[in-house]
Each structure stands twice: as C-alpha cells, then as structure tokens.
Design a protein around this ligand. Structure first.
Ligand code: NAD
Length: 496
C-alpha cells in the first residue's frame, strides 16, 4: 500500500477571503517527504502582497462581518461543528500529517483528536464565561465589557503543526477575532485542510485566512503589518526575539511559546519502572521534536548506574521506521536541514558524554531523516548537549548527590518551559516544583495537561501564559465601563 495519502494538491494554495488562491507573484516552494526527501508537492509562496490581501479580508470580516458580533452560543455552535468535522476526518488528517512531518501515525492520530478537543473546549468556555462586575454602594457600578481584539496574526512551527494551529485558532476564533495563519514552511499539508473544515462548519467568509510561505517573507510581513492587532507565535527562542523587536514598532500584543531544555529529575525513592516508561516517552515521543521534551535527565547517584543501564537498554529497542506503520515508535525527522542539525549534536555529544545508545542512523534505514534514539550519560552541565535545545531523539543524563544540587542543575539553563520530578516524598516533590524555574511542572508524570490549566514558559521559553481563560484574555480586550449611580465627589475647578 502506498504511504502517500490521496488528494494531495499539486500546489497547496493560500486561502484568502474564502478562496483558494495562488501567490500574487505566482511563486511556489517545494515540500519534502521526510522518508525519501523527495519533493512531493509545491506550496504557494506568499510574501507581503499576499499578506496584505489576507489582512484586508480579515479586517473586513472583523469590521463588517457577523463573527465578532455573534452571541457566544452561536459562535460555540460553529466551533463545535469544527470539532466534530475534525474528529470525523481524524484518520485522513493524521495520514497527511504523518506523510508531511514524519511523525508516527499513532501519535498523529492522537494529535488530531486533541485538535478537535481544543475547539470543543473553547466553545464550552465562551458559553460559560462571565466577567467581573463591581458595585460601589450608592455611587457606581463598574463592569467589564469584553471585546475581541481584532485581527490576529498566528505563526506556528512544524512540530505537530495541525494541533498547534488548533491551539491558536480555537481561542482566537472563540473570542471573536478574525485571523491570518502563517503555518510553518516545512509542513504546509495538514494546514490546507482547515479551509474545507471551516467551510463545512459554516464559519463566515474572511474570518479565517491562511498564507503559506517562508518566515522571513510571509511571516515577517504578517508581524510588521499595521493591520494585525496581535501576534501569537510558537517557535524557536531566537525567532521569538526577532518577532518581539518587530512587534515593538506597533506596540502589538504578543504571546510567545518558545523553546525548551526541560529537566526530568529522578530521586532514588521514585518508582523506577514508571519513571523509565515516562521519561522514555517524554523525550522520544513525537520523534523528540517536542518543546516540552524532558531532554535532560538528572538522576540521584544511588540509582544512577541502574537507571542509565535500563534506560539505554530500552532506548536501543525503540522501533524506528516508516512513520505510517502503526508499530513505529520513532519516525523520520521533519526535514534534511533539521536532520543535519540533530546529527551534528549527536557528534558533539560524543565528545561531551558517554554514548550508551544510538549515536547515528539506525541500522537498515540508509535513507530519509532517521536518527536512532540516542542516550548520553555523564553529561556535564556546561556541555552544549546539556544547554542547547536539540529537538530530536537525543537525551543527556547527569548524576546528582543532593536535592540542592538537583535543583541547581535543573535551573542551570536559559530555558524554563517544563520540568518533571520523580520522587515518592511528597514534601520534596513540592519543594522541587516550587524551586524549579519552569512554567509547568509535573510530579511523577510526563506531560499530561488539562486544557484549563496555564501553558507557557519562563526565561527564554516564552512570554505570557495561555490555556483556558488566559487564552481568551489574550485574544480579547477587557474594557472597564463605570456607571455613576449617585453623587460623585467632583472638585469644582474654577468655581471659586
Ligand atoms: P521557527 O522559529 O524556525 O519557526 C516557527 C515559525 O516562525 C514558522 O512558521 C516560521 O516560518 C516562522 N518564522 C521564522 N522566521 C520568522 C520571522 N522573521 N518573522 C515571522 N515569522 C517567522 O521554529 P520551528 O523550527 O518551526 O519550530 C521548532 C521550535 O518551536 C522549537 O524551538 C520548539 O521548542 C518550539 N516550540 C515551542 C512550543 C511551546 O509551546 N513552547 C511548542 C512547539 C514548538
């Protein structure tokens, strides 16, 4: 059976004002299959001219269209339809995602369901939402008038692209914003499904617009466009810095979900079997291309040798292969450029740590962007593989002797996205959680998150927290309206 899904367009178009369109310039770029690195299709390559059209359409839909003015229940009905359609098309969607990104198919299916859930969740939230009202007895009533912020510019990365796009589309649309999405250029395929899903769900024309293209052209134009009221960005910390500078010009609202180098801290009293399952999944799922990957494992000296040995043994047995095979655990990395980057870290690691597993291409896979799950032990905190985000199936293990040392090591990077702590000592678990500089901490678990809780990083991992009501707050303005009920003390200037 062919791995290639049916219905792949010859050119993946933009979607502007309800129409599938080519670039104004007619330019396209090639899209690669990560298993063969052959160009399997083209995508329209947008630049400023296309962004201008998309922002104009989104602005019209915001100023004149029904979407921002609809009752929450009416918007929620459409969001729920989007969730239903996404769910029904889950298999088709996951097949496209897997083909385009190299993510294992079973994991892509899970991501498709999570994407649907993002819409359902925000549909519920806007219907249940209430805002603050304050009564100042006999004098004033103050209330919050929540308004959608305007045209949202959404810029997303290539890891789990469809799910991460839903993460921004769900709350921005729920809030009543209109949007222009610029998906990652490595992986435009699954994003091309949004247009059909939204049309079928009867999202009004012009509310959703999509422009494909490179970051430096289409992405840059979206950030710098004076018609976008906010930018929600997920990607690398270095790109985030650049976008931050470009947003400053127009004082745009920004949300930044950036890179990570998250620690998993293993105390000797932890349940080792559970911890092994969890920390293996935590770094090797999604091919290691995961912002919250627990890619630095810190292990208490008493269990260090046993942990390293058992961890490496399991890592060597991870099934690497064809992403469309349901038994595959690690697929192919997204793109040859990224493959080269990860492989260069594997080589750097050989001089910085003790190689216990992997260390290059897996046997029997001479082509495509395959990297064997790679484990380095005895990695010092000043090593590059301890400090820098690799974003692939590579993990660094480091021993520690005390809780204080564990905490210092955990915090010894510029990032602060996630952290995982393994211990059966309740008090120590909380002490560690509270001392760790990370936006999110899991005790005795990998990354499992209820959509109501905050998501985001500190330090170089991000700016602002989303999740639940925080996302709605980001995409809306809370205007305070003050009504005078009685007499107000007013100094009488000029009356004397
Ligand atoms: P990237 O920063 O290279 O690109 C992300 C997006 O930004 C792409 O759409 C790209 O085209 C666009 N872009 C690039 N330059 C731009 C510019 N000058 N102006 C506007 N847009 C521009 O990131 P990536 O390689 O696609 O994704 C991997 C990174 O994303 C990793 O660092 C990972 O940790 C991070 N990430 C973070 C989270 C999180 O929630 N914190 C989630 C997923 C991924």
């Amino acid at each position: 059976m062919s791995r290639k899904p049916e219905n792949i367009p010859a050119v993946i178009p933009h979607y502007i004002d309800g129409e599938r369109v080519e670039s104004v310039s007619g330019e396209t770029f090639g899209v690669l299959d990560p298993v063969t690195n052959e160009t399997y299709t083209q995508a329209a390559s947008g630049d400023k001219a296309d962004i201008d059209l998309a922002v104009a359409a989104a602005t019209r839909a915001f100023e004149e269209g029904p979407w921002p003015r609809m009752k929450a229940r009416e918007r929620a009905r459409i969001l729920n339809r989007i969730a239903d359609i996404t769910e029904t098309r889950g298999h088709e969607l996951a097949a496209m995602e897997t083909y385009d990104t190299g993510l294992p198919i079973t994991q892509a299916r899970g991501q498709a369901m999570r994407a649907a859930e993002n819409f359902r969740f925000f549909a519920d939230l806007i219907v249940a939402q209430s805002d603050d009202t304050y009564k100042v007895p006999g004098q004033q009533m103050n209330y919050v008038n929540r308004k959608p912020k305007g045209v949202a510019g959404l810029i997303t990365p290539w890891n789990t692209p469809f799910m991460l796009e839903s993460w921004k589309l769900g709350p921005s649309l729920a809030s009543g914003c209109t949007v222009v999405l610029k998906p990652a250029e490595f992986t435009p395929l699954s994003a091309s499904l949004w247009a059909g899903i939204f049309e079928e769900a009867e999202l009004p024309k012009g509310v959703f617009n999509l422009v494909n293209g490179l970051g430096e052209t289409a992405g840059d134009a979206l950030v710098k466009h004076e018609g976008t009221d906010l930018i929600s960005f997920t990607g690398e910390s270095s790109t985030g810095k650049l976008i931050f500078r470009n947003c400053a010009e127009h004082l745009k609202a920004m949300s930044m979900e950036l890179g990570g180098k998250s620690p998993a801290v293993m105390f000797a009293d932890a349940d080792l079997d559970e911890a092994l399952d969890s920390t293996l999944f935590g770094v090797f799922s999604l091919n290691g291309e995961r912002c919250t990957a627990g890619s630095r494992i810190l292990v208490e000296r008493a269990i260090y040798d046993e942990f390293c040995e058992r961890y490496a043994e399991r890592a060597r047995k991870i099934r690497v292969g064809d992403p469309s095979d349901t038994s595959t655990e690690v697929g192919a990395l997204v793109h040859p450029e990224h493959f080269e980057k990860v492989m260069s870290y594997v080589e750097i690691g050989k001089g910085e740590g003790r190689l216990l597993a992997g260390g290059g291409r897996p046997e029997g896979l001479p082509e495509g962007n395959y990297v064997a799950p790679t484990v380095f032990a005895d990695v010092k905190p000043d090593a590059r593989i301890f400090q820098e985000e690799i974003f692939g199936p590579v993990v660094a293990i480091t021993p520690f002797d005390s809780e204080d040392e564990a905490l210092a090591l955990a915090n010894d990077t510029r990032y602060g996205l996630a952290a995982y702590v393994w211990t059966n000592d309740l008090r120590r678990g909380h002490r560690m959680a509270q001392g760790i500089e990370a936006g999110m901490v899991w005790l005795n678990s990998h990354n499992v998150r209820d959509l109501r809780s905050p998501f985001g990083g500190v330090k170089a991992s991000g700016l602002g927290h989303e999740g639940g009501y925080r996302s709605l707050d980001f995409y809306s303005d809370q205007q305070a309206v003050h009504i005078t009920l009685g007499d107000v003390h007013t100094p009488r200037f000029g009356a004397h």
